[in-house]
Write a new protein. Structure first.
Length: 269
């Protein structure tokens, strides 16, 4: 933006005799007329503002090698379970609801030793129980620092990427990678329910092998479950992404005996 401001300032000094100040004098011209001072100036200001609000991210979400609970996009790794559905499924690292309901101090996500060709990876263990019919546990990597904060809940537009790639290993059961669609800033009820009644876009990872396996999934391969009744465009969901989730998938009972799921080198492409 360029703005040119020109000021023409004309100041006329008029001195009036008030009568009480006998020492004051009135400037006069040689011919005796009252003096008039004229000041003329030009002020030119030129400035340019270049917007820098377009955040650019490297595609890598996390290779987990710094062994902390945050990813390269500034978000947090988290776990979740069906405690909020009155379920009793268990995930390690603990979900906050599990810790709270058991009188435990909530724990930060911990990476596990033994990544894909590397030192660390994200890993969950645990089990599901039939207490909640649609039982589940899972983990997610948030894509903004405030994605899980009720005072922030900022999303990010990932629609410029083609898809997501990662290495995973499991226990020969089914998991699903999902992009939850939840309210985001400036809607401050952002911790409320899913915008699609939990029928999120996802891609099923069938019988995840017990050895590291690479998955490369175009977003166009993500679909909503057949029972979903709310169908936003995939692009809309990608434009308001807050988290990538990895969750146990049908059949639910398959995970009652135990869960062992790893993921590493999570990246968009
Ligand atoms: Ca790693
Ligand atoms: Ca990290």
């Amino acid at each position: 933006m360029k703005q040119k401001v020109t000021f023409l300032v004309v100041v006329m000094f008029l001195f009036a005799w008030i009568g009480c100040n006998k020492s004051s004098t009135t400037p006069t011209e040689p011919d005796g007329t009252m003096a008039t001072a004229t000041v003329t100036g030009t002020i030119t200001q030129t400035f340019t503002i270049t917007p820098t609000f377009t955040a650019t991210h490297e595609p890598l979400i996390d290779d987990c090698e710094d062994n902390d609970n945050t990813d390269e996009w500034g978000g947090y790794w988290v776990t979740f379970d069906d405690q909020a559905n009155a379920g009793t499924s268990y995930v390690w690292p603990w979900s906050d609801p599990y810790a709270t309901s058991h009188g435990l101090t909530p724990m930060l996500f911990e990476m596990s030793a033994g990544g894909y060709n590397s030192s660390y990876a994200a890993h969950i263990t645990g089990y599901t129980t039939s207490t909640y019919q649609y039982r589940f546990i899972g983990m997610g990597c948030q894509l903004t620092a405030t994605a899980g904060s009720s005072g922030g809940c900022h999303d990010v537009d990932i629609s410029n990427f083609t898809g997501i790639s990662f290495w995973a290993k499991g226990d020969a059961t089914n998991y699903i990678v999902m992009i939850p669609y939840t309210p985001s800033y400036p809607d401050m009820t952002c911790d409320s329910a899913s915008l699609v009644a939990y029928a999120d876009y996802g891609y099923k990872l069938t019988a995840v092998p017990t050895t590291w396996t690479q998955y490369t999934i175009a977003f166009t391969q993500f679909t909503q479950p057949s029972w979903g009744s709310i169908h936003p465009a995939l692009t809309t969901v990608l434009q308001h992404a807050k988290q990538i989730q990895f969750k146990t998938d049908d059949p639910p009972s398959a995970h009652d005996a135990g869960v062992d799921f790893w993921v590493d080198d999570v990246t968009f492409y």
